[in-house]
Design a protein around this ligand. Structure first.
Ligand code: SF4
Ligand code: SF4
Length: 385
């Protein structure tokens, strides 16, 4: 008996580039499953909606936390996709990690009347303002909360939201592709939870068309050093540059909150932290003897692995997992190496600016000292929560 082939009627793509492509770009970091999400979307469109297309991703180093872009290009059945160039004029952008917008222009090249889907707890208007977009549809979904509640990953919730926001992707086709992925023997125990996550992403997504015109793109930032300005001989003028590395976009929505009043300065957190986040200073112990005391966490280096939360022995714990909100970490950061940071920023011509959350502001327990622009020591206090 010959195997039967199901021919799926082809969906008509109404918005394409002159070459006939509808293009999507998923902006993410390693570990959030954007590659698999792109693959699932392409599979659903090709096998379930009668389209042709391609999918591929571009990575930095293969590890959690490094930027990942996943590209999906769809076209009418029978039209070849003869390019594997990155998508630079997307009709749809999906932002898997909202903090990425702090360090790169995630909506670059977005087509007028395009779609942006963001994993966030904010509403579409607030997100549009933050991303500086207008004349497009903004879709928001709290994919992290859904994933935490369902014990899955955010990519499946994002798939639900992308499917709904796209306006043409077929819910059943994408759901079937999700099911096909998780029905494999190795992941079978995750199937039901992921289907629930997909459905919730679809149903809980909030969409809004943002009136107005897209503001002109910000001019590209000049690198600090280039062909003309690089030091002779390629000398490294500012050594230890990992000090200025910002690891905060690596966090996946949770981070440790520090409660100074519960801490016994045992140092276990520092021993398990992979990134030298804990800041100590000379002080006195509970009996008044000289000792090193934990000042706080430099959240610039914290990637939210929560190993320190597991290690903290006090009851109640001096470190607790919390959901990260915009500006929280900046306002409570205990600055490591303030002098080096200051020197770097002065060398870069940027001056020194200590960021603080407008909503909560610094509070009294954690102390950050920093070098002020006039060369004198500044001090800032903030509590663990
Ligand atoms: S979560 Fe804790 S252990 Fe992990 S990087 Fe941040 S401070 Fe270090
Ligand atoms: S493990 Fe907990 S109690 Fe010990 S130093 Fe770290 S925060 Fe303080």
């Amino acid at each position: 008996m010959s195997a039967s082939i199901t021919v799926v009627p082809s969906v008509v793509l109404t918005r394409t580039h002159p070459q006939g492509y509808y293009e999507m770009r998923l902006e993410s970091i390693g570990g959030l499953g954007a590659h698999l999400a792109g693959q699932t979307l392409a599979e659903a469109a090709i096998l379930g909606m009668g389209l042709d297309g391609s999918h591929f991703s571009s990575y930095g180093s293969e590890k959690k936390g490094s930027p990942v872009r996943s590209f999906v290009r769809l076209t009418a059945r029978g039209r070849d996709v003869r390019t594997s160039a990155p998508v630079d004029r997307p009709h749809l952008v999906a932002l898997f990690h909202e903090a990425l917008a702090r360090t790169q222009n995630v909506v670059e090249g977005l087509e007028a009347e395009g779609v942006v889907v963001v994993n966030t707890h904010r509403d579409p208007q607030a997100e549009a303002q933050r991303l500086r977009v207008a004349g497009v549809t903004v879709g928001v979904v709290d994919a992290l909360r859904i994933a935490l509640e369902e014990k899955t990953r955010i990519n499946t919730a994002m798939l639900g939201a992308i499917t709904r926001a796209s306006g043409f992707l077929d819910r059943d086709a994408v759901r079937t592709a999700v099911a096909r992925t998780f029905a494999k023997k190795r992941y079978a125990h995750l199937l039901e939870a992921n289907l629930r996550t997909f459905d919730r992403g679809f149903d809980e997504a909030r969409l809004e068309f943002i009136e107005g015109e897209m503001p002109p793109p910000a001019p590209p930032t000049e690198p600090e050093m280039g062909y003309i300005t690089a030091p002779i001989g390629g000398a490294i003028l500012h050594p230890a540059n990992s000090i200025i590395k910002d690891m905060s976009p690596s966090r996946q929505g949770v981070l440790p909150a520090f409660y100074r009043e519960r801490c016994i300065d045992c140092g276990l957190c520092d021993m398990v932290c992979p990134d030298l986040c804990f800041v100590w200073e000379e002080g006195v112990d509970s009996k008044g003897r000289p000792a090193m005391v934990l000042r706080g966490i430099d959240y610039q280096f914290c990637k939210g692995c929560l190993k320190c939360v597991e290690a903290c022995p006090t009851e109640p714990p001096a470190l607790e997992e919390i959901r990260e909100t915009e500006g929280w970490a900046d306002a409570r950061r205990a600055v490591h190496f303030p002098q080096v940071l200051h020197e770097h920023r002065v060398a870069a011509g940027a001056g020194w600016q200590q960021t603080a959350s407008a909503e909560s502001g610094p509070s009294p327990n954690v102390v950050s000292r920093y070098e002020r622009g006039d060369g004198k020591q500044g001090e800032e206090r903030g509590e663990g929560r």
